[in-house]
Design a protein around this ligand. Structure first.
Ligand code: 6LW
Length: 499
């Protein structure tokens, strides 16, 4: 069969994968968004369905006023003896912890903290029953690198010293460690080069868990850093998986740049699947060590068809699963009816590093059309293409000082914050439309079937290269009001992706 990368599109970075009960499960980072750590399920490694989130209760994760791209960093998912474990870092509190569940469709436990620093924790359940915890932190002697300790999985308590076992192949930002026991040897996978254009996957092997580790002599085993002008960049931070037929793969992150010679990406880091070949102890990955946009593979049956969801509506999405809030939401400000959503605005705006009344869904393709009916009597309510509080484009209905309704288009890029266009409308119930393409967003509004064009804005200015950070653009529905108390009704939401 042929499959296309990325396999999970839009902001889904730092993937980690495990298998259990005949299926595959995958998690990603979620940063300042809530609920935290989305979980996907698959039968074939190609088609992934979002089934929930690991961190669904404020008691599990501190996110209040955390900086954008802080919060929940790279997670790892593992399955052992009937139980799923997800370990991650809250980068804003500098704590590593794990949560567990015996029911992948249910709630996860309260956090169990582990007293080892660094980011990107992972777990190895060894075949002798011991459990190892690793991260990219310092060890008990103050050495930096990939650091491992043994833990008691019931309490999170360390049963050994933390020991730095590998310093990587020489790239900057050694992170994302995952340790495996394969054919009696320990294999340590890591990311180096930083999560941008120099990103890569490297590894080392050892006969014993605490080392000594010998690096693969052709590291990096996987990187797109030399593929100038190729759409897919930033390949790195992977997790190995052996499928149910004995084939090996890496899920890893990467991103799609907006144009061949336009090194900007605004959809965030996404999840890719790369075939792996083991040759005894060592493995190679991808197409000469790179990840391609499309693979023809006989490892997956021809009867598997890759099926991307292209239409998102209120009716066909589960708001608890597919939609996200910023930080910890005030739940009373969100009321879901069957076919509409009522939002109550507060004085917190999209420019604040806080929790405005906002609910968003990831923009997961370059070409997309977004439309929603909005009605509101006061305040401001609309759709935002939101990267973070310093980079967003808003299209909204609002009542101006003279008591008239208008549709505004706001540009917020760093210190630039202005209403770049506005048009008078005669109804307090209008349709907002945003057309997304690689390079521009176009904005329009329909007032009693009269279409007003509000011009365009560049996607580039919402990209990670301009705005910074580790997230990707969301299409968000929002409401705000200087004096609080406005109620806005959203209906007929549709985001439709085009090829
Ligand atoms: C993550 C780190 C990284 O923790 O980005 O790509 C950080 N690598 O490993 C945030 O996603």
């Amino acid at each position: 069969m042929n499959y296309k990368n990325p396999i999970i599109r839009g902001f889904h970075p730092d993937p980690s994968v495990c298998r259990a009960n005949g299926k595959y499960y995958l998690v990603c980072s979620s940063m300042q968004y809530f609920p935290g750590v989305p979980i996907f399920e698959s039968d074939d490694l190609i088609n992934w369905k979002k089934i929930g989130n690991c961190l669904t209760r404020p008691s599990q994760i501190h996110l209040e006023k955390v900086r954008s791209s802080g919060g929940v960093f790279a997670p790892t998912i593992r399955y052992n003896n009937g139980r799923f474990y997800m370990t991650t870092t809250n980068d804003s509190t500098h704590q590593n912890f794990y949560v567990w569940t015996d029911d992948i469709y249910g709630e996860w436990s309260e956090p169990v903290f582990v007293d080892q620093g660094g980011i990107d924790p992972s777990l190895l359940f060894d075949d002798d029953g011991k459990v190892y915890f690793m991260s990219n932190g310092a060890d008990d002697e103050g050495n930096y690198g990939i650091t491992v300790c043994e833990i008691d999985i019931d309490t999170g308590k360390k049963l050994s010293k933390s020991k730095t076992v590998w310093k990587g192949s020489g790239g900057r930002y050694l992170e994302g460690p995952h340790l495996y026991k394969i054919n009696g040897r320990y294999l340590l996978l890591a990311a180096e080069g930083g999560t941008e254009y120099g990103h890569m996957v490297t590894y080392a092997v050892s006969d014993s868990v605490f080392g000594e580790y010998k690096g693969y002599d052709k590291n990096p085993v996987l990187t797109n850093r030399n593929l100038g002008g190729y759409e897919i960049q930033g390949i790195g931070h992977g997790d190995l998986i052996e499928d149910y037929n004995g084939n090996w793969w890496i899920v890893c992150l990467g991103f799609r740049q907006i144009g061949q010679w336009s090194a900007f990406h605004h959809l965030g880091r996404e999840t890719f699947l790369t075939p792996v070949d083991f040759n005894g102890v060592w493995f190679t990955a991808g197409t000469n060590g790179t990840t391609a946009k499309e693979y023809a593979t006989d490892r997956i049956s021809d009867s598997v068809v890759q099926d991307f969801k292209t239409v998102y509506t209120f009716e066909n999405t589960n708001h608890d699963v597919e939609w996200c809030y910023l930080r910890i939401p005030q739940k009373d400000n969100y009321e879901f009816k069957k076919d509409r959503l009522v939002l109550k605005g507060t004085s917190v705006t999209l420019d604040d590093c806080d929790s405005p009344t906002f609910i968003g869904i990831r923009q997961n393709e370059f070409n997309s059309e977004i439309s929603c009916d909005v009605s509101a009597d006061c305040g401001e309510a609309g759709i935002t293409m939101y990267m973070d509080e310093n980079a967003h484009y808003d299209l909204a209905l609002r009542k101006n000082g003279d008591g008239e309704y208008e549709v505004i288009k706001r540009i917020k890029i760093g210190e630039i914050n202005y209403i770049q266009n506005s048009v008078r409308v005669y109804s307090n119930s209008i349709t907002l439309k945003i057309y997304c393409s690689n390079f521009i967003y176009s904005f329009a509004a329909l007032d009693n079937n009269i279409k007003h064009e509000l011009g365009t804005a560049e996607t580039r200015l919402l990209s990670s290269e301009v705005a910074g950070g580790f997230t990707g653009v969301f299409a968000g529905l929002y409401a705000c009001s200087q004096h609080g108390g406005n109620e806005a009704v959203f209906s007929n939401f549709i985001m439709e992706n085009k090829e």
